[in-house]
Design a protein around this ligand. Structure first.
Ligand code: MN
Length: 304
């Protein structure tokens, strides 16, 4: 399957960014992206772009006519669709968060940029969703990622978290943190632009953007959402690892401050530890996410 599309200069430049070259460049070509289902080659002089492979037709359709690109992308944002062909080998800025389900400790969001030429080496390191890695592995991998890839971490320790969540849902707070982390990395990358941004999806894109209304900077261009985003691009896996490593460090600090090991999660053990903290005269708001039901349970246990 082969399709050829003639585009204007602006679209050509845009495509050049989206399809970062990851393979041998033929004579006269400005870019060539080789994915498993489609190969895209752009020729400098003619501004002709060739799409080859089983997904060629789908990939051409993605660009529509040159004028309708942005309208089409806007529509994609409303209705989650499949990611474009070859996405996993693109230069992608990914974001993920940890700590939302844990009573003790921070909410931590990381955004990590993995350029096309780093996709293979970062994957080879064994970077995957942090839930499937041990703590020592996470720490080791995070160091390597942070040494190679532009990143930003937004960490809300409990005291700040409890303050920021007032009048908001946790999802709204998460959205703000993702947006901030992403915008910080975009600033670092300038004038470079990632081919796409992938957020590990935690709610509908519409709702996500509604939470961001009124923010001075809203990252929304070329943003994709994906549940289990780490499977769609290693940048999300890398973000998950970086966020978890930072969260572990914060948990250690908080445990030291409390004089006892603060467990992760929101189970019964957590209530016992929280009750102990209260009995020893500590303020739960310095260590825990107060809106969790664990707060009441701990209070009751402490008063027994
Ligand atoms: Mn996630």
């Amino acid at each position: 399957m082969q399709k050829v599309m003639k585009v204007d200069s602006a679209t050509f430049e845009r495509m050049k960014k989206v399809y970062s070259t990851n393979t041998h460049l033929p004579a006269g070509a400005a870019f060539r992206m080789k994915g498993s289902r489609v190969v895209v080659t752009g020729y400098t002089k003619s501004k002709k772009v060739m799409f080859q492979g089983v997904a060629a037709a789908d990939e051409v359709q993605r660009w529509g006519t040159t004028q309708s690109v942005s309208a089409k992308q806007r529509a994609n944002r409303q209705q989650p669709t499949d990611l474009p062909a070859g996405f996993s080998s693109w230069s992608v800025l990914g974001s993920d968060e940890v700590g939302t389900g844990s009573y003790f400790g921070p909410l931590t969001v990381a955004a990590v940029y993995v350029a096309a030429n780093q996709v293979e080496p970062i994957t080879q390191l064994g970077v995957r969703d942090s839930k499937t890695l041990t703590d020592p592995e996470i720490i080791k991998l995070a160091k390597k990622i942070m040494a190679t890839c532009p990143y930003h971490i937004v960490n809300l320790n409990p005291r700040i978290y409890n303050d920021k969540i007032k009048g908001r849902s946790q999802a709204a707070l998460k959205a703000l943190c993702h947006n901030l982390a992403l915008s910080k990395v975009l600033n670092q990358l300038k004038p470079q632009v990632p081919a796409a941004i992938l957020i590990d999806q935690f709610e509908q894109p519409r709702t996500y953007f509604r939470h961001l209304q009124g923010q001075p900077v809203i990252v929304r261009d070329h943003v994709y959402f994906r549940v289990k985003g780490e499977q769609a691009h290693v940048a999300v896996a890398a973000a998950s690892v970086v966020a978890r490593a930072y969260s572990l460090k914060m948990m250690d600090q908080l445990s030291e401050q409390a004089g006892m090991t603060l467990p992760i999660g929101a189970n019964h053990l957590v209530d016992e530890v929280a009750a102990k903290l209260i009995r020893r005269g500590y303020q739960l708001r310095d260590f825990a996410k107060l809106h969790f039901a664990n707060t009441d349970k701990a209070q009751q246990l402490a008063e027994r």
